[in-house]
Design a protein around this ligand. Structure first.
Ligand SMILES: NC(=O)c1ccc[n+]([C@@H]2O[C@H](COP(=O)([O-])OP(=O)(O)OC[C@H]3O[C@@H](n4cnc5c(N)ncnc54)[C@H](OP(=O)(O)O)[C@@H]3O)[C@@H](O)[C@H]2O)c1
Length: 341
């Protein structure tokens, strides 16, 4: 089968950073695994972080890729939720070979049925970021998705135009929040508005004065989807007492969790989308349920795909270009690749 992988950790402009490969196809799936024929993928910062230049060499090629849409070819003996021929989408498990290959094994508990109203490319844009945003908002934080429960409350999304921000804006709007997103360019500002943000402010400028100019003195919830250390003090200042901050980016240094966080009783919540798969938690199957719920919401017209740019077929050259754009910080929504040359 065709695949794209690496044996050395090299700068993205090195042609060997990601290479086209011909590998043997995976055998029949075992246990609760599905064997999926990958049709489309999207690319995430986790791919660039895992590929980042460092010493060391892999004896067999390492396959990255943690967002896929495809068709089930075969099911393991313990699989109950899927059959061959089902169209599916998933992020998968960062501890196993990824989806930058024509076939991949993935545990059914991490897989959802693909939205019927999206093609594979638009579906592949969603799983990793939708799981991240959903788990952060509605599992880690004490927030509710249904019934515009949070009407009258304000939620700030720092890094609104990125992959996670694009779906987080939609979910928060659906839950009733007035959503303020941050973006620093005309194109990313426009994208945040398209995703449903009520207001867009600039993360390159101090945040609180921009909120005050909108008549908003404090917000109940902040999702910091960018540099955790950089925004930490500003977030403490603009959160309302008993508010919540959600974090997804590893800090470079120690975070000061005393005042104003302590004085205001701020809830601090971490999300790591691969935690369930990595630790094989008893509730891994929640990712199956979340992805099915997201698919239903997409098919009902309540959520839309966050795909922004289709880079072409799945091959090493296009994947290197995707990594280059992610490393440059210039991505809007999701970068998607579809089909095999
Ligand atoms: N813990 C988890 O489970 C988890 C899951 C997914 C992602 N992540 C991490 O979360 C981060 C965001 O992921 P993503 O997929 O949304 O990334 P992304 O798609 O690459 O984000 C790109 C966006 O980030 C914005 N941005 C760049 N620098 C910024 C800054 N200093 N402050 C605020 N926004 C900035 C840019 O907006 P402008 O062009 O407007 O500046 C750009 O549109 C990454 O570090 C990723 O590794 C963690």
């Amino acid at each position: 089968m065709k695949a794209v992988g690496l044996t050395r950790y090299l700068p993205v402009d090195d042609p060997e950073a990601l290479q086209d490969l011909q590998l043997s196809e995976p055998g029949p799936p075992q246990g609760r695994d599905l064997l999926v024929r990958v049709q489309a993928i999207s690319v995430n910062p986790v791919d660039t972080k895992l590929r980042a230049p460092r010493e060391g060499r892999e004896e067999s090629p390492r396959i990255l890729g943690f967002d896929a849409a495809g068709v089930v070819d075969a099911v393991g003996p313990e699989v109950t939720a899927f059959m061959p021929g089902d169209t599916v989408y998933y992020a998968g498990d960062v501890t196993r070979p990824g989806c930058n290959a024509q076939w991949q094994w993935v545990d059914e508990r991490l897989v959802g049925r693909q939205p019927t109203t999206l093609d594979a490319a638009d579906a592949a844009a969603l799983p990793l970021t939708a799981l991240t945003a959903w788990e952060l908002l509605f599992e880690r934080m004490p927030l509710r998705f249904d019934d515009r429960h949070h009407a009258g409350q304000h939620l700030l999304v720092i890094g609104g135009a990125g992959g996670v921000g694009s779906i987080a804006i939609q979910l928060a709007r659906h839950a009733g929040f007035t959503v303020i997103a941050t973006a620093s360019r005309d194109a990313t500002r426009a994208w945040c508005t398209q995703m449903g943000a009520d207001h867009v402010i600039d993360h390159r400028q101090p945040l609180l004065p921009q909120l005050q100019a909108l008549g908003i003195d404090q917000v109940e919830v902040v999702l910091n989807l960018a540099d955790t250390d950089h925004y930490w003090d500003a977030i403490g200042d603009l959160l309302a007492p008993q508010g919540h901050v959600g974090l997804i980016v590893e800090p470079r240094g120690a975070l000061r969790i005393g005042d104003p966080y302590k004085a205001k009783c701020i809830g601090i919540h971490w999300e790591f989308m691969f935690a369930r798969a990595r630790f094989r938690t008893h509730d891994m199957i929640e990712q199956h349920r979340i992805l099915n719920r997201v698919a239903s919401l997409v098919d009902a017209g309540e959520l839309r795909s966050t795909a922004h740019t289709l880079l072409g077929a799945i091959n090493a050259a296009n994947l290197r270009e995707a990594h280059r754009r992610l490393e440059a910080g210039e991505v809007i929504g999701k970068l998607v690749l579809s089909g095999w040359d």
